[in-house]
Design a protein around this ligand. Structure first.
Ligand SMILES: Nc1ncnc2c1ncn2[C@@H]1O[C@H](COP(=O)(O)OP(=O)(O)OP(=O)(O)O)[C@@H](O)[C@H]1O
Length: 770
């Protein structure tokens, strides 16, 4: 980028910053006239009598008065005789305008002078001329309006009329561009159609420019081809946009911002007073303020509030960091296979980074153009993603970047390599700072210690701060309970006392007890209070005793066992079909919901899906109560789910389940019908093979023969319908990837098949026989 400045003798000069860090600068926006001051004029020291020279002088003087030494004007800062330079400039222009400290718009056809109309002393304001200004009718000025943060408007007399903020209403009326876009909302927040509409009524001197002027607005690059005509340029632009959109869609496996909101909401909202202690903590401050400290590990026992603390830190960093800094986070959750692996973490972090700084997508696109979605999902996904994220973190445009990963202990697939990646990038990338959290696991500690400058923050060693935070939480929850359950002072203070003296600085214990207290009528509270023992395990143990002594103990334990081993939270519909004893309640989800409610406080229902109330509750059942919950073994529960799946799928799978009629729909555009014919079998379609493989390999020979027969018959009759269902669930790659498990063999030819007239190859699923 070439910038203008006045040298010590006041002469207009230019300097090239291609290889150097670009200093703060101002930029001019205007419409071209007949006598512009050009690149040659600058080089040959000519053209000072041209009308355009005045604009250059104005821009330089205005910049100086804004304490900006450098400025940029398109007429003379680009060597138009050099096609490579023009190509680069046009593709960089949006960024140049965006990065400018100030953009001065010179409105040649707007006068701010008071005039006399005929004999009357009539004062014209400049506003009608402003609305009509040619500047609003030109193609290139669209990005010059949208990209910079600060846009100031000047009349033909160089009088300042206002800025993008103060004139927002007038600009909106003149252009139809929404206020949000004028206030600087990122361009991706506006649909393609909306962005195209902004340039519709604008003109460019050269027809292709009407497409090229949108490059930055869509964050794409194109080789320029100035004889191709508008239609061709526009088509190429659309192709590039569609490639970019596909890349982002393929990258997205979850939006961590939605996960964060869901976590906060499902835990009853984030309380500032229960996390803000961290801002005063000396370890936290050391990590934040010391350039060399780039990795902070927050560790603590279950339920100590790590996740909520990280939600709070993310909020605080969003509020306190500079505009140029980026923040990306990821919340691992072992019970949800979308968000419990090392590749999912990198995908989520990348997705958030690219959303904030769309230009970073170039690091992904190079590989994505060749590989498509499989880049993020196949066996080499980790290699590709870790390379891409390392590239992104080295991008020179990144000034400060904060990366947060919560619950490393819940990253059930690929944790060691994720830890190595975090440690390595924290050592080499000076502008990147990581915060990670986990339980006190020695394996995690061992790997994190390999980072030279890590800071450890133990919640157990900060007991006083955590204790105060928990006490605040108790007061808040009890005040809510007292209000909702109409406690009198006696009950309120008894509950307060019991919680305060038994919580052992564990938020989760308080949350679980309060959840139970909600179900107890006011008059029984005092009697029941003593039944909540201190300590999480004791509390879970008591909850289990309660279940064991109930009439529905067996059913509750079947449900708990099922929810404990599924690969993602199941919906109530799916649970009803997968858990045989619930079979009779297929049309009565309200009763299923009640039965789930009988499983103590172990389970919770959110958006019609069944979750463990907390990972520690699941851990307790799967470690301390394994023989109680899985009396016939975990593998048998897998096998039962597999067998139920094979029964459910044939009932729902059929040709053209969504009545689409025609072939060739992009799956993302398909809206499931209501009721959704796949509601009950969605989970089974995606995971039946995993349950088959994780089922009991040592079952009897008779069972195996039966299983093989059932699989064979399912595949013979339903194979194509199953593929169709996978595609409708947007899980084709997951479903098919399961067939690549070592226990599954592919490649048996079936001559003719009822669900397909032609010959075809069938995936034959055989599991290892011991
Ligand atoms: N700042 C807070 N605001 C509101 N609720 C909180 C806060 N901190 C903790 N809690 C409550 O405590 C519960 C446990 O907290 P959290 O899930 O953050 O613990 P954790 O240390 O991450 O547990 P684990 O390591 O077992 O996953 C939350 O479900 C929530 O109800």
């Amino acid at each position: 980028m070439r910038l203008l400045y006045f040298d010590s003798s006041g002469r207009l000069s230019s300097t090239d910053f291609s290889q150097k860090e670009i200093p703060p600068y101002a930029i001019l926006s205007h419409t071209w006239g007949d006598a512009e001051f050009l690149f040659e004029d600058l080089a040959n020291n000519t053209g000072k009598s041209k009308a355009g020279y005045k604009k250059i002088m104005f821009c330089g003087e205005q910049a100086a008065s804004d304490q900006l030494h450098y400025f940029w004007v398109d007429t003379c800062c680009i060597d138009k005789s050099n096609p490579a330079e023009v190509q680069k400039a046009i593709n960089s222009m949006f960024r140049w305008y965006k990065n400018a400290e100030k953009c001065y718009v010179f409105l040649q056809d707007v006068s701010a002078m008071k005039r006399k109309a005929r004999s009357e002393d009539f004062e014209y304001t400049w506003e009608p001329a402003f609305w009509r200004s040619r500047w609003f009718t030109r193609g290139w000025t669209l990005q010059e309006l949208l990209a910079p943060v600060s846009v100031e408007f000047f009349s033909q007399e160089w009088k300042k009329l206002g800025d993008k903020e103060s004139l927002a209403q007038q600009i909106h009326e003149a252009t139809g561009i929404p206020h949000r876009a004028l206030q600087g909302a990122p361009m991706f927040q506006f649909s393609d159609k909306e962005r195209f509409s902004w340039i519709q009524s604008r003109e460019t001197t050269v027809e292709e420019d009407k497409a090229y002027a949108l490059l930055g607005i869509f964050n794409v690059e194109l080789p320029l081809c100035y004889n191709e005509g508008y239609a061709c340029a526009f088509k190429r632009l659309q192709q590039e946009i569609s490639k970019l959109n596909t890349c982002l869609q393929d990258l997205r496996s979850t939006d961590p911002r939605d996960d964060k909101r869901r976590i906060e909401d499902s835990k009853g909202g984030l309380l500032q007073d229960s996390y803000r202690w961290i801002l005063e903590n000396s370890d936290f401050q050391r990590w934040r303020d010391d350039q060399q400290s780039r990795l902070l590990w927050i560790k603590g026992n279950p339920g100590k509030g790590k996740t909520m603390l990280l939600c709070g830190i993310a909020n605080e960093l969003t509020d306190s960091t500079t505009k140029t800094a980026l923040l990306s986070y990821f919340f691992c959750q072992a019970t949800d296979s979308r968000i419990n692996s090392a590749t999912a973490v990198l995908r989520g972090l990348l997705y958030m980074l690219v959303h904030q700084r769309p230009s970073l997508v170039s690091h992904i696109q190079k590989k994505h153009d060749h590989a498509g979605k499989s880049l993020f999902e196949d066996a080499n996904a980790w290699v590709a993603l870790s390379e891409i994220l390392s590239d992104v973190l080295r991008d020179p445009s990144l000034k400060g970047t904060y990366l947060i990963v919560d619950a490393l202990d819940e990253c059930t697939t690929g944790l060691p390599k994720l830890l190595d990646f975090i440690v390595q990038t924290s050592c080499v990338s000076a502008c990147v700072k990581w915060i990670v959290s986990s339980r006190n696991w020695p394996d995690i500690e061992e790997r994190i210690e390999r980072a030279g400058q890590q800071v450890k923050l133990s919640l157990e060693l900060n007991a006083a701060s955590v204790s105060t935070a928990v006490q605040f939480y108790i007061r808040h929850r009890v005040a809510q309970l007292a209000l909702d359950k109409s406690y009198k002072e006696k009950e309120k203070s008894a509950v307060l006392d019991h919680l305060a003296s038994n919580a052992n600085d564990t938020f989760l214990w308080v949350a679980l007890v309060c959840q139970d207290l909600r179900t107890i009528p006011r008059w029984k509270v005092l009697a029941k209070l003593k039944a909540f023992p201190p300590g999480l395990d004791a509390l879970y143990g008591r909850m289990m005793q309660h279940i064991n002594s109930s009439d529905d103990a067996d059913l509750c334990k079947r449900i708990l066992a099922l929810v404990a081993i599924v690969y993602r939270p199941v919906t109530l519909d799916e649970l009803t079909y997968l858990c045989e004893p619930l079979e009779d309640m297929i049309d009565d989800l309200a009763s299923v919901q009640q039965i789930v409610g009988l499983c103590g406080s172990f389970l919770t229902i959110r958006s019609s899906s069944v979750y463990f109330v907390h990972q520690s509750a699941k851990d307790f059942l799967c470690t301390k109560l394994v023989s109680n919950i899985f009396p016939i073994g975990i593998k048998e529960v897998h096998r039962a789910i597999f067998l139920r799946s094979l029964q459910i799928m044939p009932k729902t799978l059929q040709r053209d389940m969504y009545r689409l009629g025609a072939l060739g729909y992009p799956t993302e555009q398909i809206e499931p019908p209501d009721p959704d014919p796949l509601a009950a079998s969605r989970y089974s379609c995606i995971y039946w093979i995993d349950h088959l493989c994780d089922g009991n390999p040592s079952s009897s020979a008779e069972d195996k023969i039966w299983d093989e027969g059932a699989i064979d018959s399912f595949l013979r009759q339903q194979y194509l319908y199953w593929l169709e269902a996978l595609s409708l669930c947007q899980s084709m790659s997951k479903g098919v990837a399961s067939t690549a498990r070592p226990e599954v063999f592919i490649g048996r030819k079936v001559e003719s098949h009822p669900s397909c007239e032609t010959n075809w190859y069938l995936i034959s699923v055989r599991f290892s026989l011991g």
